[in-house]
Design a binder for this molecule. Structure first.
Ligand SMILES: Cc1cc2nc3c(=O)[nH]c(=O)nc-3n(C[C@H](O)[C@H](O)[C@H](O)COP(=O)(O)OP(=O)(O)OC[C@H]3O[C@@H](n4cnc5c(N)ncnc54)[C@H](O)[C@@H]3O)c2cc1C
Length: 219
């Protein structure tokens, strides 16, 4: 679709540092679950900047989609978005990316995400409506959307839990190897930082998961 305009129609705080932005675009916008768009950072500063954000709503033809963005204290793009009011116009391009959900009903789907790496994974979950989800966050205050995933085999883990947390503890890279899996029969989609995706990829390859069944996006 190239360059296009969007209008911010909903801005919702999901946690203290993650905001959901619902954006309305011209009818005809089409993306695949897992793809991202580029947002022009219209803050008046030079040099001009653009930032990538995964579309967190499932693919298809629609005139509305959502992003979820972690707001960084000195982050130029995320602070620009955080400062927008509902009704603001956005300058966008895309969709881009090869991290897309290709349904293979013969394999069990395993999703692995850390932090806002859940964004493209959520789009895929909306499409697949099943599977195992490993989701790593730091603190209990970082949790959002967990109730959305109650019909999945959700393994939500905190790396720095507070005292009263009774769920899984540790990084996803520690939790995944402790979980029994039928390695020959899974397709893995993961999104997070490079060290997580690298470590998980090595682990999965070492256990015989074919490279074509390991798909990932790095934030
Ligand atoms: C394909 C793709 C999809 C993505 N999807 C998402 C998504 O869905 N949600 C999401 O939240 N993010 C996503 N990202 C990340 C996003 O593109 C941005 O990188 C992120 O929002 C940070 O951008 P920023 O402009 O806010 O921070 P930046 O201005 O780029 O700064 C990044 C960090 O560096 C620090 N920093 C900046 N300048 C300096 C300096 N001079 N010295 C030292 N430190 C400095 C800042 O404090 C900040 O912590 C995605 C990235 C990719 C590649």
């Amino acid at each position: 679709m190239g360059n296009f305009k969007g209008k911010l129609v909903v801005k919702k705080e999901l946690t203290y540092d993650v905001i959901q932005f619902d954006i309305e675009v011209e009818p005809g916008f089409q993306h695949k679950s897992g793809q991202f768009i580029m947002v022009d950072v219209l803050d008046g500063k030079e040099p001009k900047a653009r930032r990538a954000y995964s579309i967190t709503t499932r693919g298809g033809v629609d005139n509305k989609f959502s992003l979820i963005v972690k707001i960084l204290p000195d982050g130029r793009g995320s602070r620009f978005l955080a400062g927008l009011d509902v009704g603001a116009e956005l300058s966008l391009s895309g969709p881009f990316g090869h991290f897309v959900f290709d349904e293979n009903p013969k394999k069990n789907i395993v999703f692995i995400a850390t932090g806002t790496g859940i964004a493209p994974i959520n789009a895929m979950i909306e499409e697949n409506k099943g599977g195992t989800l490993f989701w790593g966050l730091r603190h209990a205050k970082d949790i959002f959307w967990a109730e959305k995933y109650k019909d999945l085999d959700l393994k939500l883990t905190l790396s720095k839990p507070e005292g009263d947390w009774t769920g899984l503890v540790g990084r996803v890279t520690e939790i995944v190897p402790k979980t029994a899996m039928d390695f020959e029969n899974i397709r893995v989609y993961m999104c997070g930082n490079k060290s997580m995706t690298d470590e998980m990829k090595q682990y999965l390859l070492a256990n015989g998961v074919p490279p074509e069944d390991i798909k990932f996006e790095i934030f």
